[in-house]
Design a protein around this ligand. Structure first.
Ligand SMILES: Nc1ncnc2c1ncn2[C@@H]1O[C@H](COP(=O)(O)OP(=O)(O)O)[C@@H](O)[C@H]1O
Ligand SMILES: [Mg+2]
Length: 371
């Protein structure tokens, strides 16, 4: 009998986890706010927050805990592990995934390729780093960033001081890298260490937010192999269980680690239509310690995020559904400019054509103007 999976969080990732859970009849209980995107689709809902009280209530109601976001009380998760509860990924893995400074320390020691980096709260040390590597620099608080919030570019010493004052603590400092392309590699890993790795996807960020994802990435085979190899080494090094998303930069043909997410990831939404087994299904399979699904490409695919404008995308759904050959995913979230509300995926051998179709559908949903 498969274990009852307790999911911490009720956003779109939880919502997309519920679809394969339903198909495989895997029992799921959710710790979420009843207003969250996933809540209406899970009968076994624990209304609460990911704090000590909420996590304990979830632990009592499930056999294995997992997370759809990382803003979780990790001390309580560690306590629950000590008390014998299964937490996948573990609190130790999550502690690395939530902290960009720790990722660099731990993974640098494991020989994972990184850009030059420094962790400091001292302006003179930032300036010394700039003397060596040149301006501009990128400064990021180690925790709490997402969608590019928390990525600051400093052109000079005065700008760096302003960022340090605003952040009010340590930052990760890096050169602003001349990135050729950004990749993500998703690794599904079972508790015993068995892995299934997806082909690298290419991600396009706008203002630090992921906008488009292409499967497969348009990179030479050697770069693809290097990216997959780095991701597998990272998964092993941090003992991930479930999906680990490894964000990578390609700079001058070299693969460098950017950051990690120990959960399903925006870069993996394209696997719903594009791969034989989606990242969401493989996350559940891995967390439940069930055999992993095939990660090979079913169709070359492109995903485009639907980012909120002035209208509810639901208003424009009929128009978008007139467009052929695109799969529309809406998360049922209140629309707000700049918020991720859904995504569309187009498949086809010609990635440029698929990209145009997906962009057209995304525009139709946001603006109501089908091509
Ligand atoms: N050192 C850097 N040089 C150039 N661009 C960067 C650098 N660090 C981050 N970026 C850009 O900002 C995006 C978001 O940064 P990331 O560290 O992944 O933060 P987040 O947690 O917001 O995803 C990256 O995907 C990349 O496009
Ligand atoms: Mg990122």
């Amino acid at each position: 009998v498969p274990p009852v999976i307790g999911i911490v969080g009720g956003g779109q990732l939880a919502r997309m986890l519920l679809a394969p859970a339903a198909r495989l009849a895997l029992p799921v209980v959710l710790l979420a706010d009843p207003e969250d995107a996933a809540a209406p689709f899970c009968r076994d809902l624990i209304a609460g927050r990911p704090d000590a009280d909420g996590l304990r209530r979830l632990a009592e109601a499930c056999d294995v805990l997992t997370v759809e976001h990382e803003l979780v009380d990790l001390d309580t998760l560690a306590d629950l592990e000590r008390e014998g509860h299964l937490v996948r990924p573990s609190s130790a893995t999550l502690a690395i995934a939530v902290d960009k400074a720790r990722q660099r320390r731990v993974l640098g020691d494991h020989g994972i390729p990184l850009a030059p980096w420094l962790v400091t709260d001292a302006a003179d040390r930032v300036e010394a780093f700039a003397d060596e590597h040149g301006w501009p620099l990128v400064l990021k608080p180690p925790r709490g960033g997402y969608d590019g919030r928390g990525v600051f570019v400093a052109d000079d010493a005065a700008a760096a001081r302003a960022v340090l004052a605003e952040v009010g603590g340590e930052v990760v400092v890096e050169p602003r890298l001349p990135i050729d392309v950004e990749l993500s590699v998703l690794v599904a890993r079972r508790p015993g260490g068995e892995t299934a790795v997806y082909p690298a996807v290419e991600t396009c960020q706008v203002d630090g937010m992921c906008r488009e994802v292409l499967l497969p990435a348009r990179v030479p085979p050697a770069v693809e192999q290097e990216a997959v190899g780095v991701a597998l080494r990272v998964a092993e090094a941090i003992g991930s269980v479930g999906i680990l998303a490894v964000e990578l930069f390609v700079v001058g043909g070299e693969v460098l680690l950017n950051e990690l997410a120990a959960r399903p990831h925006n870069a993996g939404h394209v696997t719903i239509e594009g791969a034989v087994t989606s990242q969401f299904e493989n996350h559940l399979r891995a967390v439940a310690d069930l055999p992993l699904g095939d990660t090979t490409i079913r169709h070359p695919s492109v995903m485009v995020n639907i980012v909120g404008g002035d209208h509810d995308p639901l208003e424009h759904l009929p128009g978008a559904l007139e467009l052929r050959d695109v799969a529309v995913h809406l998360y049922g979230k209140a629309y707000r400019p700049g918020r991720k509300l859904g995504h569309v995926t187009a498949t086809g051998d010609d990635l440029d054509d698929a990209l145009r179709r997906a962009q057209g559908a995304a525009t139709a949903l946001v603006e109501g103007t089908p091509r």
